[in-house]
Design a protein around this ligand. Structure first.
Ligand code: NAD
Ligand code: MG
Length: 393
């Protein structure tokens, strides 16, 4: 029996994780569920999964949930505040942590879990983008098992030799091919992109996801963040990672070897596959995902990405090459810009301008510690907010 903490249990990844867990009550027990302030959903999840702890970031929401659970006769203890998120990750009872909070907010509790050697199922890519070296050092020092849940990285993990230790050349790996759907605007005329709405940006052709990552998919910043994520997970340089647009989202990524072999992982686009893989690793369990019907898929297409259309992807490659605090600044600026777009304060096409302004304004520093990352993140948010204000006047 494995005891799990799910950070972000009310989100898209969180609910998919609980869907898989519910299929295997003999294998998994929930120790803690956490959310931002979704009282109703966390209440229902707590009654169903009976965790020891339910955590809400928001104090007032915590008070509400505590009252509801008490009334329902539940023994789940309710905690709130940012420290409680880390507390339910490091507790000795916890075997594995699903890191599925969206954005920079996921970094502290995920890092706390890594420092004490928990098995980490990593969906929160922003942790690696912001603080890749700090996080990977913590994983190495504590001996944590790190399992990528992002579908592409999960596919690459499956395509690499078992026990891969970050030595691409030594393992005979030539390149990583990171697939991307191209999002809802892959073929939209550039002149129409200026006026697209948040709902149009969030209408992903193949995946159902949270709103922030959906906008990132439409701008292809998501793929940019994933290039940086792959760099840290697999010790691959920017040159070793080729993005391939594959509109069907059936191949989730590929690993190319020096002998000409290319290993791909295929499946229906449903996050329960990588989640089940992470939960059961190194075994396999049923996930509830329908079998892939290749006759129905019929064809697979591949196109090179257009860096003019997808400027966010180019900016992410640039930040990875510059290194230091550049990826953290890119991520922070993107979070501010995406929130402003979702709030109808700036246009979709302004997102890369906000990011570029931040990258051109702030000096890049070396990352020695988490504090360096947090400072760069705060400075970048500040500049991005100012620029958003200018744009929305
Ligand atoms: P989501 O918006 O659906 O859910 C986010 C979760 O985090 C919710 O439970 C929310 O309550 C919680 N949360 C939000 N802000 C918080 C804060 N400040 N403090 C504490 N908790 C907070 O997001 P999602 O689509 O499930 O994505 C989660 C993460 O997984 C992201 O990093 C995303 O990039 C990554 N990811 C998602 C998918 C997907 O298919 N949805 C695929 C690959 C990777
Ligand atoms: Mg992905």
């Amino acid at each position: 029996m494995q005891n799990l903490t799910i950070l972000g249990s009310t989100g898209s990844i969180g609910t998919s994780t609980l869907d898989v867990v519910a299929r295997h009550p003999d294998k998994y027990r929930i120790f803690a569920l956490t959310a931002f302030r979704q009282v109703d959903l966390l209440f229902r999840q707590s009654l169903q999964f009976k965790p020891d702890f339910a955590v809400l970031l928001d104090e007032a929401a915590g008070v509400q949930l505590r009252a509801l659970l008490r009334e329902a006769g539940s023994t789940t203890e309710v905690l709130s505040g940012v420290d409680a998120l880390a507390q339910v990750c490091v507790a000795s009872e916890v075997d594995a942590v699903m890191a599925a909070i969206v954005g920079a907010a996921g970094m502290r509790p995920t890092l706390a879990a890594a420092k004490v050697g928990k098995k980490i199922l990593l969906a929160n890519k922003e942790t690696l983008v912001m603080a890749g070296n700090v996080f990977m050092d913590a994983v190495r020092v504590s001996g944590s098992t790190l399992l990528p849940i992002d579908s592409e990285h999960n596919a690459i993990f499956q395509g690499l030799p078992r026990g891969y230790d970050g030595d691409m050349a030594g393992s005979g790996v030539r390149r990583i091919l990171l697939t991307a759907s191209g999002g809802p605007f892959r073929n939209t005329p550039l002149s129409e992109l200026q006026n697209v709405t948040p709902d149009q940006a969030c209408a992903h052709p193949n995946w159902v996801m949270g709103r922030k990552i959906s906008v990132d998919s439409a701008s292809m910043m998501n793929k940019g963040l994933e290039v940086i994520e792959a760099h840290w997970l697999f010790n691959a340089s920017a040159e070793d990672i080729q993005v391939v647009i594959h509109p069907q989202s059936v191949i989730h990524s590929l690993v190319e070897y020096v002998d000409g072999s290319v290993m791909a992982q295929l499946g229906n686009p449903d996050m329960r596959t990588p989640i089940a893989y992470g939960l059961a690793y190194p075994e396999r369990i049923a996930s509830g995902v329908a079998p892939l019907d290749l006759f129905k898929v019929a064809r697979l297409d591949f196109v090179e990405p257009d860096f003019e259309r997808f400027r966010c992807l180019a900016l992410a490659y640039q930040a990875l090459r510059v290194a230091g605090t550049a990826p953290a600044m890119l991520n922070a600026a993107n979070e501010v810009a995406v929130a402003a777009f979702l709030d109808n304060r700036i246009a979709f096409l302004s997102i890369p301008y906000v990011i570029e302004t931040v990258l051109n304004t702030l000096p890049v520093e070396v990352v020695g510690s988490l504090d360096d990352v947090l400072l760069a993140d705060a400075r970048a948010r500040n500049i991005a907010q100012q620029y958003v204000l200018q744009l929305s006047k």
